[in-house]
Design a protein around this ligand. Sequence first.
Ligand code: GDP
Length: 298
Amino acid sequence: LDRLRGGFSKTAERVAENLTGLTSTAALDTATLDDIEEALIASDLGPEASRRIREAIAARRFEQLDERGLRTILAEEIEKILAPVAKPLEVWGFPRPHVILVIGVNGSGKTTTIGKLGRLLKEQDYGVLLAAGDTFRAAAIEQLKIWGERIGAPVITGKEGGDAAGIVFDGVKQATATGIDALIVDTAGRLQNKSHLMDELSKIRRVLGRLNPEAPHDILLVLDATTGQNGLAQVEVFRESAGVTGLIMTKLDGTARGGVLVAAAEKFGLPIHAIGVGEQADDLRPFDPRAVARAIAG
Ligand code: GDP
């Protein structure tokens, strides 16, 4: 929770500047409400969520509320936005394996997240197989192998520059043969070459669909919280081109821009399955709307 607080420190600070010293909500005139709304927008909560929160606060301005009371309202409103999208990832696919495609731009923390997610599922006693579908970077294949060793999960790899769909095909076959529950697939993250990326993803999906019409069961987009509003643009692009089913936001420990989590929840309504708060194997945490809301509201 401390790390989480770090991730929202700037957001909380800005909000605090506007709430501190307010002794009663009678002081909540339009100018103050404007300031609060602006602080929320400046903290990356996005215009939609900020307006909604402003209105909720305005509606209660005749109550006897001090600064603490206002913070409580703020936390409640943020939690209301976050709660509907907080959904742990479930391994429901049957027949096995449950197939999870992981997508996102390079550097977003995709490979690290796959390692951490693998660890999380293994802790829940699921058998996990990782597939190195990002065949464009030799380093990505190597990195995934290292994660496999670290968490004790097998990794299926091909040649650099090889066919990603082929590796996924082999992955399903191996998973089926060895009783693996979840197959987690790394994919190439070249947003700059969108049509190629789409071709590759649709080929993977075609191959998977032939093996099991329900696969892939999840298409997870990994978002780097430090990219702020830019990350939201990525959601839009990937949602259209790749059919994203859920989000994992990373680097919430290393940023002051955690407010973007609220913006994403309000704007897209996509499930947020977990959050990344560090580079170690156990640094993927369940997304707890109440804890996040309290960290932001201070
Ligand atoms: P990829 O290119 O999308 O596969 O990204 P990587 O998984 O290689 O991650 C890029 C960098 O971000 C690496 O240095 C990771 O250690 C780091 N990283 C990933 N997730 C987190 C996180 O939740 N917190 C922090 N602080 N760093 C992270």
